[in-house]
Design a protein around this ligand. Structure first.
Ligand SMILES: [Zn+2]
Length: 352
């Protein structure tokens, strides 16, 4: 009897590294299996997947939420999307292994087209997801596809609002890492100028609490993603985005969680923690800028950079005396004070 091969069989072969060409010559292929094989042998040819990211630009024919059902389905089962589904499972497992998620908490999304995203399902532990659990949604959160009938995460709106507001965001990760979430519960932004890794790769802000999954929560987070790539969600958890790929968005979590934990340890050692100087931070911000990572401090004066008590983006401060090659346009402090005093005296005499 001839063997009937379904698309699932071919996908399983690819997944386990077997060459689909090794199928018996007389095997009967279902139409979707044939489409899938054709796609594997497309213009670029099939390349074994090895955990690398696939850029949305690499796609030959862009699929959008307006494409036909057949086009969307075949895109959803394409090798490129299958690879991204595996990446979602892999990162989910890493979140769970590091105890960054609890119960069915946490969710992930990858933008895979102009107005479509792949995301994790609701009510599944992030440590035990299967590629078929993944869902395809449009940027309003309407579900377009699922491999096995699972429903998209209830928190997808927040991910999508980030992607809409920050077009560079290709991947988002949300989870509840205990140390970072502790800061979010206390409403305390982690102090700065302590560890280079954190300064270069993270730009953290706190969003106020709203019910998870609501458009209001998503809007408050989205308001911050222009200048920040990691948002502490008050009394809830953390969400990060990356302009590179899913693993990079996940790394933001590792960096933040390690930082919050380290700062907490440092704060218990009975001695104020040492910090780097504003000039040293300035060097790190230059690296950050060259990596395309946003930070509201880029462009601030050095004296504004390491004020951990009262740091605010709008704060102003005096510029340290600069060598002006003989240009005396900047008045020395005593002259300025005399001037201020004279003006004050004048005003006071008029009000008498
Ligand atoms: Zn959550």
């Amino acid at each position: 009897m001839k063997q009937v091969i379904s698309v699932k069989d071919v996908q399983e072969m690819v997944r386990s590294g077997k060459d689909p060409h090794s199928l018996p010559a007389d095997a009967l292929l279902t139409p979707s299996a044939r489409d899938y094989l054709r796609e594997l042998e497309g213009p670029a040819g099939y390349k074994p997947v090895a955990g690398h990211s696939i850029s949305p630009a690499a796609e030959a024919k862009p699929v959008t939420s307006k494409s036909s059902k057949q086009e969307i389905d075949s895109f959803f089962n394409s090798p490129r999307i299958e690879e991204l589904k595996r990446q979602l499972c892999d990162i989910g497992k890493r979140l769970w292994q590091r105890a960054y998620v609890d119960g069915n908490g946490g969710n992930l999304a990858i933008r895979v087209g102009e107005d479509i995203a792949l995301c994790t399902p609701t009510l599944v532990s992030k440590g035990f997801m299967q590629p078929d659990d993944m869902c395809l949604v449009d940027l309003d959160g309407n579900q377009l596809c699922s491999g096995n009938g699972k429903k998209r995460t209830s928190e997808i709106l927040m991910h999508l609002q980030i992607m809409k507001r920050q077009p560079r965001a290709v991947a988002t990760v949300h989870c509840h890492p205990p140390y970072s979430t502790g800061y979010a519960v206390a409403g305390v932004a982690p102090p700065t100028c302590m560890i280079p890794e954190y300064e270069v790769f993270s730009s953290v802000a706190i969003a106020p609490y709203r019910t998870p999954g609501t458009p209001e929560m998503g809007a408050l987070v989205a308001d911050l993603v222009d200048k920040h790539n990691t948002i502490l969600m008050a009394n809830h958890g953390v969400v990060s985005w990356s302009h590179n790929n899913l693993e990079d968005a996940y790394f933001k979590m590792e960096i933040l969680e390690a930082y919050c934990r380290t700062v907490l340890v440092a704060s218990q050692l009975g001695k104020p923690a040492n910090t780097m100087t504003p000039a040293q931070l300035q060097d790190l911000l230059k690296i950050k800028q060259s990596l395309g990572i946003p930070d509201p401090r880029i462009g601030l004066k050095e004296c504004e950079l390491c004020d951990n008590n009262e740091w605010r983006p709008g704060v102003t401060c005096a510029i340290p005396n600069q060598v002006n090659n003989g240009d005396q346009s900047v008045a020395p402090d005593d002259q300025a004070e005399t001037l201020v005093q004279a003006i004050t005296d004048q005003i006071m005499s008029r009000t008498k």
